[in-house]
Each structure stands twice: as structure tokens, then as C-alpha cells.
Design a binder for this molecule. Structure first.
Ligand code: FMN
Length: 238
């Protein structure tokens, strides 16, 4: 395909794009099956077609596999399991609001309880909640951990661009039969992560992501999240 050609529009294209969009979901249990480096490169190459203001391309990606991935998990889990060390960690930035209001609070609660419900974790079972949260830092068993960083000098608009890139990564993964989980849970450990990556000063963590093959037998992967209907968040003006 040349730069100015376009794939045929039509029912097959609509079905393929919509299927990738609709089947993307956050997977929280992966099989250990490895993902080839060429596949990861193809996913990132496809996602790099994401738009960005004045073609800034604000994304920087760190791909962790094998010993590098395992060592980072160990470092984070050691801190996560040590209440004193954990209390000393600060979020890289405010991903979530401090004051939650409806309907966002209700949605946030629902996904939490739905997930714990599937896993049979009772309300108040802090031990199992902690253990489930820890799975984030083991990349939910995925063979590939991605860390996304951005240059500190870039502003809010570049973060908007970044979100488009992240979704493109997830959709390109889906098109190849792979699954992902974007993860803000890593933000609390940004210093440990940036140090582990040897990131230069001025590079900030945006989020992490697990990438791999979904474990079809895992109950947490049966989670179905709801969406408000189009009419609820859209107004047509004519
Ligand atoms: C930027 C971002 C960060 C997220 N962080 C986490 C995380 O740390 N851990 C987690 O289990 N899910 C995380 N999620 C997944 C959301 O909970 C999920 O996207 C949402 O509930 C909708 O479900 P779905 O992705 O399965 O459609 C994150 C999603 C996004 C977009």
C-alpha cells in the first residue's frame, strides 16, 4: 500500500475495525506464551500512525521481556508488600480525581466489585484485594510489559495525542489476536521504574501495559464492562 492509497472502505473494513474495537478489553490473566519481537515491532509501527499535533509524536516505549521484566516486577512487588516503603511512594501525576462525583464514582465502584465478584473476593477481604492488586505488578502473567514515557517539556495536548497512540497499540495488538491491559497502577512506582529503565532526566512515566495471549480459563477475563449508550453522552445540534 502506498502512502496515499487507502484500504477499500466497505462492509469488510467496517466489520474488521469494529471487531477490533469491540473485542478490546482489559485482560488481567495471560498465558506465558511469548510474543515475538517482530510482532511487538509491527504493533508499535502500526500504532505510530496515530495522529499528534504538528506531528510531535510524543510517545517513547520501553519493552520489557524475560529477565528485565521479571526484575522490575520483583522490585515493585518488594515495595508494594512493605507498608512503610509503599507509603513513601508518590503518584507520577494525578491520573484520577481526588474528589469522585457521580456518575464516575459509581462506574469506578461497579468495575471494582464486578471484578472482585468474579474472583470470589469478599468486601473487606484486604488480604486478597492486596494480592489481586499485586497482579498488576506481575503484568498479570503477561510475557511482555510495556512502559510508556513522555518528555517533561511537552504539554497537555501531547497527552491527548498519547492516548490515541495507546489505543492504537491496543487495537493493533487485537488485530494480531493479542490482548492488553493498560495500567495506571504503575504510576505510584514511577521512580523505581524510570530508574530500572535507565530513563534520562526529563522523561516521565505515562502508564504501563501488559501484552500477551489472554488466558481463556481465567475468571477475571470473563469481566464484561458496560458503556453508556450513545444518546446518553451525545447531543446532536442541527
Ligand atoms: C490509562 C488506563 C489505565 C488503567 N489502569 C489500570 C490498572 O492499573 N489496572 C487494571 O487492572 N486496569 C486498568 N485499566 C483498565 C480499566 O479498568 C478498563 O479500561 C475499564 O474498566 C474498561 O474496561 P475494558 O478495558 O475491559 O473495556 C486502565 C485503563 C486505562 C485506559
Amino acid at each position: 500500500m502506498t502512502a496515499d492509497s487507502h484500504p477499500e472502505a466497505g462492509a469488510a473494513a467496517v466489520a474488521a475495525v469494529d471487531a477490533a474495537l469491540a473485542s478490546r478489553r482489559s485482560v488481567r490473566a495471560f498465558l506465558p506464551t511469548p510474543v515475538e519481537r517482530a510482532t511487538i515491532e509491527a504493533i508499535l509501527g502500526a500504532a505510530s500512525r496515530a495522529p499528534s499535533g504538528t506531528n510531535t509524536q510524543p510517545w517513547k516505549v520501553h519493552v520489557l521481556t524475560g529477565a528485565a521484566r521479571a526484575a522490575l516486577s520483583r522490585k515493585i512487588v518488594a515495595v508494594f508488600d512493605d507498608p512503610q516503603a509503599l507509603a513513601a511512594q508518590r503518584e507520577a501525576y494525578d491520573y484520577y480525581p481526588t474528589d469522585w462525583v457521580s456518575p464516575y464514582l459509581d462506574r469506578r465502584r461497579k468495575i471494582g466489585w464486578d471484578l472482585y465478584g468474579l474472583l470470589g473476593i469478599a468486601r473487606g477481604d484486604r488480604h486478597r484485594m492486596h494480592a489481586q492488586h499485586r497482579r498488576n505488578f506481575e503484568f498479570f502473567g503477561a510475557p511482555v510489559g510495556l512502559m510508556f514515557t513522555i518528555d517533561d517539556s511537552l504539554r497537555q495536548g501531547s497527552w491527548l495525542d498519547y492516548g490515541m497512540f495507546l489505543q492504537s497499540v491496543m487495537i493493533a495488538a487485537r488485530a494480531r489476536g493479542l490482548d492488553t491491559c493498560p495500567q495506571a497502577a504503575f504510576l505510584r512506582f514511577h521512580r523505581i521504574i524510570l530508574d530500572h529503565l535507565g530513563a534520562p532526566p526529563g522523561e516521565q512515566l505515562v502508564c504501563g501495559m501488559s501484552l500477551g495471549h489472554a488466558d481463556p480459563a481465567a475468571p477475571e477475563n470473563r469481566l464484561v464492562t458496560e458503556r453508556a449508550p450513545v444518546a446518553e453522552f451525545t447531543r446532536f445540534h442541527a
